[in-house]
Design a protein around this ligand. Structure first.
Ligand SMILES: NC(=O)c1ccc[n+]([C@@H]2O[C@H](COP(=O)([O-])OP(=O)(O)OC[C@H]3O[C@@H](n4cnc5c(N)ncnc54)[C@H](O)[C@@H]3O)[C@@H](O)[C@H]2O)c1
Length: 249
């Protein structure tokens, strides 16, 4: 019960890594506020988490604008009165040839994968300073290495890694730790639904396979809980690869 009396906001909590992160925090006593744009998914998640002793509440928001992020944090504070941990999990990937990425595709991915993390963290920071809390964002191995046919995604995840470092330094004296996690290949609805564009080179995909293969979302949730816990009290500004050895190759 490492997180008793802690309030945790988890974005993207309706599915995949976010859902398992919400479950893992609640199982260890945290009061969780899940935020997601998927109304039906949030309802299903709420039902599947209802058996846990700690409370999990949901807010619906599209975190692609600063205003929506500020509103989501305000709603969480209204519900729980405090904020100890922010987990930025919401995000998405879309494979495409670099030459085919439109400005609209680019802007949407940047506004969710980078803007969502940036503005949620900005809105949360005064509350985290008060609680001497911490931030864990989900970046990706695609923020540490180059993946083919995923240029915007790699750019946003690399940006999340370095945003993490910048904020870790800036808030070090205020007692707020800021970390991110870089998952390898996780079996979620999103990865199962991935569409590969025509005319891709299979050789380029082969280098992306982690030596340990794929993992379930629980493996990433446990890494997130470690970074958010007191066991990581001397860890800040790090990008923890939980990637089945992908970046070791
Ligand atoms: N699955 C993997 O292999 C993998 C690997 C590395 C990193 N990641 C990252 O992990 C995170 C979660 O991925 P997942 O595989 O669990 O995906 P998922 O699609 O199962 O879950 C993502 C959740 O985020 C929500 N979301 C998306 N855009 C949103 C927005 N604008 N506002 C609010 N909510 C929004 C979705 O509705 C969904 O519930 C993402 O940031 C992803 O980039 C995933």
């Amino acid at each position: 019960m490492r997180f008793e009396k802690k309030t945790v906001v988890v974005t993207g909590a309706a599915s995949g890594i976010g859902l398992e992160t919400a479950r893992a925090f609640a199982a260890e006593g945290a009061q969780v506020v899940g935020i997601d744009l998927d109304v039906a998914g949030a309802e299903r998640a709420k039902e599947s988490l209802a058996k846990l002793s700690a409370q999990v509440q949901f807010e619906i928001a599209d975190l692609s604008t600063a205003a929506a992020c500020r509103q989501a944090i305000a709603a969480a504070i209204d519900l729980r009165g405090q904020l100890d941990i922010l987990c930025n999990v919401a995000g998405f990937s879309q494979l495409a040839h670099f030459a085919d990425i439109t400005e609209e595709d680019f802007q949407r991915m940047v506004s969710v994968n980078l803007g969502g993390v940036f503005f949620m963290t900005q809105a949360a920071m005064p509350h985290l300073v008060r609680s001497r809390g911490n931030v864990v964002s989900v970046a990706s191995v695609a923020g540490l290495t180059g993946n083919p046919y995923n240029a915007t995604y790699c750019a946003t995840k690399g940006a999340v890694v370095n945003l993490t470092r910048a904020l870790a330094v800036e808030y070090s004296k205020q007692g707020v730790r800021v970390n991110c996690i870089c998952p390898g290949s996780v079996l979620t609805d999103a990865t199962k639904a991935t569409q590969v564009p025509d005319d891709t080179d299979p050789d380029l995909f082969r280098v992306m396979m982690p030596p340990l293969g794929n993992c379930e979302p629980e493996a990433i949730a446990q890494g997130i809980l470690y970074l958010a816990s007191d066991a990581a009290s001397y860890v800040t500004g790090t990008a923890l690869a939980v990637d089945g050895g992908r970046t070791a190759v």
